[in-house]
Design a protein around this ligand. Structure first.
Ligand SMILES: Cc1cc2nc3c(=O)[nH]c(=O)nc-3n(C[C@H](O)[C@H](O)[C@H](O)COP(=O)(O)O)c2cc1C
Length: 314
């Protein structure tokens, strides 16, 4: 029995402030069929012996497979594997139908694509409330250090980026002994720094003045021009898995910003439209303030150039 009386939605939201990676954990069931689930609860435990852990919801279909499996494999996903994460977070269907994989230790499927892989022998299974905690001894591992890992934070998929404070602006670098400035003149650096500094200013203002979080802002910004939208379509646009999007949508419904037209369609309310308009005005004012540093022609040219670069990149 719980001693606390937390609001479950609020508690989950607090926990989601802790970013994690995303894994697909696999094993073979008693009939020898491959089984896999998306899990962000993976963590390292011990160096000697080499132990890792993760936890599985007692309501998961695959609970008994993992509880009884002698081996399991942890596939740490890379940034290009959002659809793999969504596939293994779904229930029921044959999750391996579209997956490229081979058999690893004890037959546990190892995916062809990965950021890292840990092939484990089940070491212990512990009770953990409504989850079971599975500890594995790592018998084999491999990693792809050219791959950027997929990140999950605040219910959204993300990629890791260097913290802007770690990359001091070359423009302010006082070490004049260095000739030239490769980094400070490099396109990726310029784009990332501009984005980081702009968003670092914008998001706190959106929270203070419109009371919206970055996740709510992404949803409302899409709904300004599209007042009713299918959840499955929105999930891809805002980079949230279906279950996390539903939590954000429930939260926004409690605030009166959106409502469910039916179980799969979200509709903006008049309050949501008002907040959306205020949010859009604030974002445009911030953009105008930034672009005010440039002439009108330069601003238009900048956006046109970025659009054609995006088109080229696909
Ligand atoms: C990013 C992400 C992380 C998840 N982490 C976990 C986890 O750590 N443990 C868990 O039991 N379910 C987790 N889930 C939910 C399961 O993937 C989901 O419930 C899945 O349907 C379970 O599969 P099954 O019911 O076929 O066993 C996560 C889902 C997502 C999208």
């Amino acid at each position: 029995m719980s001693q606390t009386d937390f609001d479950a939605k609020d508690f989950r939201r607090a926990l989601s402030q802790f970013p994690t990676g995303v894994t697909v954990i696999t094993a073979l069931d008693a009939e020898g069929n491959p089984v896999g689930v998306t899990a962000s609860s993976f963590n390292s435990v011990s160096m000697d012996p080499t132990l890792v852990l993760w936890s599985i919801d007692k309501g998961a279909h695959s609970l008994s497979t993992f509880e009884n499996a002698e081996h399991f494999a942890v596939n740490v996903l890379n940034r290009d594997q959002v659809s793999t994460s969504n596939n293994f977070a779904s229930r029921g269907e044959d999750k391996f139908a579209n997956a490229d994989y081979s058999a690893g230790l004890g037959g546990a499927p190892i995916l062809d694509d990965y950021a890292a892989q840990f092939e484990c022998k089940t070491w212990a299974v512990y009770e953990g409330g409504d989850h079971l905690i599975l500890v594995g001894e790592v018998m084999n591992y491999r990693y792809n250090d050219g791959a950027e890992p997929l990140v999950f934070a605040r219910g959204s998929y993300a990629v890791s980026a260097q913290h802007p404070e770690m990359v001091k602006s070359s423009a302010t670098n006082e070490n004049k002994a260095c000739e030239g400035d490769f980094v400070g003149d490099y396109l990726l650096y310029l784009l990332r720094e501009t984005y980081q500094r702009f968003s670092a200013d914008l998001y706190p203002k959106l929270k203070n003045e419109c009371d919206v979080t970055p996740e709510e802002w992404r949803i409302l910004a899409r709904m300004i021009n599209c007042p009713a939208i299918k959840m499955s379509e929105l999930a891809g646009m805002v980079m949230q898995p279906n279950v996390a999007l539903r939590e954000t949508a429930d939260w926004m419904a409690d605030k009166g910003l959106v409502e469910y037209q039916d179980t799969d369609t979200l509709k903006i309310t008049s309050k949501g439209a008002d907040v959306g308009a205020k949010m859009q005005a604030l974002a445009l004012a911030e953009e105008a303030n930034l672009l005010g540093q440039l002439s009108g022609d330069q601003s238009e040219q900048l956006k046109a150039s970025l659009k054609s670069l995006m088109e080229k990149l696909g």
